[in-house]
Design a protein around this ligand. Structure first.
Ligand code: BGC
Length: 751
C-alpha cells in the first residue's frame, strides 16, 4: 500500500471516516481506493470473535479459553506467556483478525476491582514483563496486540466518568510503568486508551498521555484506539493522538471532524497523522491474515491445561497432605468440581469448545466420591446438599473442596464491595472440617478473598480462573503429576481494610484520589509492617529450594553501567520442581520517600531433585531510580542499595550491598527562604555559609569548641531560613542584599 499516495487521494470526508469503526469490530473501507476493512476482536486470553453481528452481537465462535492474566502472572514465566501469545496469534491468523484486544496491564490497586482477573499484578515490573511477553508471542505471528487500558483504569465503578487523581511520581512509577515496558520491549501494534479521566482529562483526549508520553517519550509508533465508547470529544481526540474511535459512531463524529477542519479548528495535518496510522495498521494486517493457518482447538485446549498447571499456586500444605495418594479414599465436594469457574465475565468471555471439570479429569488418577455441597444461583445454604456433603466427607480419608467466587461475585462492569466468599460455601467448609481432618480447598476466584478457614484446613490450592483446561490442571497438581510452581502476583491481605486503597476506593462521585501514592500492594504492607495472609511472591512446592552464593559484579557501580547479580539455587527435595527466584532492590537511605524494596528481577528455573543452577540477573539504572517530578525524569541518589534475593517478598534469603553513584545531580535553586540545612548538604554551600558566619561574626554553630554544643547548634540552625541570619550579628554588612549575593553565588556554584 502506498500510503503517501493514498493520503493525497483521500477526500476530507474519507479521511474522517477512517478514524472510526464501521461497526463493533471493523474499520471502514474506502472502496474507491481499494482500502479494505480489518477486524479486531477480544481477547485477551482466547478469541471472542463475533461472526453474526446482526443476529447476535454477543455470540462468539467456539474457541479455547487460556488461563486469565490473574493466573498467568503467577507463573512468573515469560516463556509461558509467549507460548500462550503464539497460540493465540495462530488462532487470529486463522480467523483473519488484524488485532486481538489485550492484554490489559493495569495495576491491581484494590482487590475489589471487578476486572482484576484480566490484569496481571499489583507490581508494575511483573505486570510489564508478563504483558510484554504475551504481546511478543502474539505479534511473532504477524498479528497485532492491543495493550489496554491506557491508563489508570483501576476500577469499574463509574469507569466512563471517574477521574483518577494521581500525582506524577505515582503515575510514572506504578501505573504507567508496565505500559512503558510493553511499549519499549514488545512494540505492540496498537494501544487502547482507557474510559476514565486522569487528573480531570479523558484518556481519549489526553494529549500528554497519548502523544507526549506515549509517542514522544516512549517512542510508540503504532495506532491508538479508544476503548469502546470512551470518546467524549472526537476532535480533541484527534488533536491528542487518538487515531481510531471504536466502535462506530454511526458517522456522527466523522461529521464533526470534517466540520472542525472546514472551520479551521482542526488542521488537516493533524487529521492526516491519525489517518496515516490507521492505513499503516490496515497495511500491516494484510500479511497476518491466513485462513490456512492450522487451528486445532483440541490441541490448544490441551495447551491451556498444561499452561494452567504452571500457574496454580499452592498456598498451604500442612502434613504434606498433598499430593494425594490415589489409593486413599478421596471425596471431591463442591459444584466447582463439576462446573469449574474458569473465566471472568465481560468482554473477555470465551465461548469454550470444551471445558475440563476436575470431576471428569480425576478419573485419570483415581476414583473419587462427589457431593455438590452448595448452589451458586444465590448465597443460601441448601440443607440437603450440605447434609449429603457432610456424609460424603465422613466416608472419605481426604476431602477436596472446590470453592471460590461465583460469576455473580466478580465481573467486568462493577467492583466487589467486600472480599468475602459466599456464606453458604464458608458454612460448608466449616461443617466439613468438623467431620474430616484432611480438608483441602481448591479456590476459583479472580482476585484475593478472605480465607477465614485458613487455619482449619490442611491444604489450599489457588487455581484462580485458569481457563477451560483448569479441571485437568487442578488434578495434575493434586496428584503430583505437576509440581506446583506458581507464586502470588498480588498480596492476599488478612482483611480488606488492610489494603492501602481501602479509604479511597472507589472514590467519591466522579473522583478517586490515589492518596496511597506509590504504596500499592506489598510496597504498602512492607512499609507499614502489616502481616499479610499470603504475601506477594509466595507459593509452595512439593520440593524445597536453597539459595547460596550471591555475587554482585560490582561493590561500587556507576549508574550508567549495569550490575550483574548471580545466585545459586538448589533443589534440596526429592522431586523435580520449578522455583521462582525474585530480586528486590532496596534504597537504604534516601531523601525521598521510597518503598522498603521493589521487585526488579525474577527468573523461573527448573531443577531436578538435587540439582543446582546459577541464576543471573542484569540490573540497569532504572532498577535503582525513582521518578523525580522536579526534573521530569528518573533519578538516582548516590548511596547504598541492598540487593535482596527471595523466595517471596517476605522470604528474603540472601542480601548484598552495592554503592551506586550517579553523575546526574538534581538542579538546585536556593532563595533567601531556603533553610540552612538544605544549603549545608552541599560541601560548596556549607563552605560559603561558614565563610559568611566567620566574616560577619554571626553565630552559626560552626565554631563552638564543645562538640555537643556545636552539633546542637548546627541541628537547630539547620531549620532556619537563610534570611533569619540577618539578625545573627550586628555587623552592618549582613543585609538581605548581601545574603542574596551569597545565594546567587551558591546557585551558580551548584548548577
Ligand atoms: C472493554 C475492552 C474491550 C472492549 C471491546 C470494552 O468495554 O473495556 O476491554 O476490549 O469493550 O469488547
Amino acid at each position: 500500500m502506498n500510503i503517501d499516495k493514498i493520503l493525497a487521494e483521500l477526500t476530507l470526508e474519507e479521511k474522517a471516516s477512517l478514524c472510526s469503526g464501521s461497526d463493533f469490530w471493523h474499520t471502514k473501507t474506502v472502496e474507491r481506493l481499494d482500502i479494505p476493512a480489518v477486524m479486531v476482536s477480544d481477547g485477551p486470553h482466547g478469541l471472542r470473535k463475533n461472526v453474526d453481528l446482526a443476529e447476535n452481537p454477543n455470540q462468539a465462535i467456539q474457541a479455547v479459553c487460556f488461563p486469565a492474566a490473574c493466573a498467568t502472572a503467577c507463573s512468573f514465566d515469560r516463556k509461558l506467556l509467549e507460548t500462550l501469545g503464539k497460540a493465540i496469534g495462530d488462532e487470529c491468523r486463522h480467523e483473519e483478525l488484524a488485532v486481538i484486544l489485550g492484554p490489559g496491564c493495569n495495576i491491581k490497586r484494590s482487590p475489589l476491582c471487578g476486572r482484576n482477573f484480566e490484569y496481571f499484578s499489583e507490581d508494575p515490573f511483573l505486570a510489564g514483563q508478563m504483558a510484554a511477553s504475551h504481546i511478543k508471542g502474539v505479534q511473532s505471528k504477524g498479528v497485532g496486540s492491543c495493550i489496554k487500558h491506557f491508563a489508570a483504569n483501576n476500577q469499574e465503578t463509574r469507569r466512563f466518568s471517574v477521574s483518577a487523581e494521581v500525582d506524577e511520581r505515582t503515575l510514572r512509577e506504578i501505573y504507567l510503568a508496565p505500559f512503558e515496558t510493553v511499549i519499549k520491549e514488545a512494540k505492540p501494534w496498537t494501544v487502547m486508551c482507557s474510559y476514565n479521566r486522569i487528573n480531570g482529562v479523558h484518556s481519549a483526549q489526553n494529549k500528554w498521555l497519548l502523544t507526549d508520553v506515549l509517542r514522544d517519550e516512549w517512542g510508540f509508533g503504532g495506532l491508538v484506539m479508544s476503548d469502546w465508547g470512551a470518546v467524549d470529544d472526537r476532535v480533541e481526540g484527534i488533536k491528542a493522538g487518538l487515531d481510531l474511535e471504536m466502535p462506530s459512531s454511526l458517522g456522527k463524529n466523522d461529521k464533526l471532524i470534517v466540520e472542525a477542519v472546514n472551520k479551521g479548528e482542526l488542521s488537516e495535518k493533524e487529521l492526516d497523522k491519525c489517518v496515516r496510522r490507521v492505513l499503516e495498521l490496515i497495511d500491516k494486517a494484510a500479511e497476518g491474515a491466513d485462513p490456512s493457518t492450522e487451528w486445532d482447538k483440541l490441541k490448544d485446549h490441551q495447551l491451556a491445561r498444561k499452561l494452567a498447571g504452571e500457574c496454580i499456586v499452592l498456598l498451604k500444605n500442612d502434613d504434606a497432605v498433598l499430593p494425594l495418594d490415589s489409593r486413599r479414599k478421596t471425596a471431591f465436594i463442591g459444584l466447582f468440581a463439576k462446573e469449574p469457574r474458569y473465566q471472568g465475565g465481560g468482554s473477555s468471555h470465551i465461548n469454550s469448545l470444551t471445558v475440563d471439570s476436575a470431576l471428569e479429569c480425576v478419573k485419570e488418577y483415581a476414583e473419587v466420591s462427589y457431593a455438590q455441597g452448595y448452589i451458586t444461583s444465590e448465597d443460601k445454604t441448601d440443607e440437603a446438599l450440605l447434609k449429603e456433603a457432610v456424609e460424603t466427607a465422613k466416608a472419605a480419608d481426604t476431602v477436596v473442596v472446590f470453592a471460590g467466587l461465583p460469576d455473580s461475585f466478580e465481573s467486568e462492569g462493577y467492583d466487589r464491595t467486600h472480599m468475602r466468599m459466599p456464606e453458604c460455601q464458608l458454612r460448608l467448609i466449616d461443617e466439613l472440617c468438623k467431620v474430616n481432618e484432611n480438608i483441602i480447598v481448591v479456590l476459583h476466584n479472580g482476585a484475593p478473598i478472605e480465607l477465614p478457614f485458613n487455619d482449619k484446613v490442611k491444604g489450599i490450592v489457588e487455581a484462580y480462573l485458569c481457563g477451560d483446561g483448569s479441571g485437568g490442571a487442578v488434578c495434575d497438581v493434586l496428584y503430583g503429576k505437576v509440581n506446583p510452581s506458581g507464586k502470588l502476583a498480588e498480596t492476599f491481605p488478612k482483611k480488606l481494610s488492610d489494603n492501602p486503597s481501602y479509604i479511597n476506593f472507589p472514590g467519591e462521585g466522579d473522583t478517586v484520589k490515589y492518596q496511597e501514592g506509590i504504596f500499592v500492594g506489598y510496597r504498602y504492607y512492607d512499609k507499614k509492617e502489616i502481616e499479610p495472609l499470603y504475601p506477594f511472591g509466595y507459593g509452595l512446592s512439593y520440593t524445597t529450594f536453597e539459595y547460596s552464593d550471591l555475587r554482585l559484579s560490582h561493590t561500587e557501580l556507576d549508574a550508567d553501567k549495569t550490575l550483574k547479580v548471580e545466585v545459586t539455587v538448589t533443589n534440596t527435595g526429592s522431586v523435580d520442581g520449578k522455583e521462582i527466584v525474585q530480586l528486590y532492590v532496596s534504597d537504604r537511605e534516601s531523601s525521598v520517600i521510597r518503598p522498603v524494596k521493589e521487585l526488579k528481577g525474577f527468573e523461573k528455573v527448573f531443577l531436578k531433585a538435587g540439582e543446582s543452577r546459577k541464576v543471573v540477573f542484569i540490573l540497569d539504572s532504572r532498577a535503582f531510580a525513582y521518578y523525580e517530578p522536579a526534573v521530569k525524569d528518573w533519578h538516582i541518589e548516590y548511596g547504598a542499595f541492598d540487593i535482596m534475593i527471595g523466595a517471596s517478598s517476605r522470604d528474603i534469603r540472601l542480601t548484598d550491598t552495592v554503592y551506586v553513584s550517579s553523575e546526574k545531580r538534581l538542579p538546585v535553586h536556593f532563595t533567601l527562604n531556603s533553610n540552612l540545612g538544605d544549603i549545608r548538604q552541599f560541601p560548596e554551600g556549607r563552605q560559603l555559609l561558614e565563610d559568611v558566619f566567620r566574616a560577619t561574626n554571626a553565630t552559626g554553630g560552626f565554631d563552638d569548641e564543645d562538640e555537643a554544643m556545636r552539633r546542637m547548634n548546627e541541628v537547630m540552625t539547620n531549620e532556619l531560613p537563610l534570611r533569619a541570619i540577618v539578625s545573627f550579628s550586628d555587623d552592618e554588612r549582613l543585609t538581605r542584599d548581601y545574603l542574596q549575593g551569597i545565594v546567587d553565588k551558591i546557585n551558580e556554584l551548584l548548577n
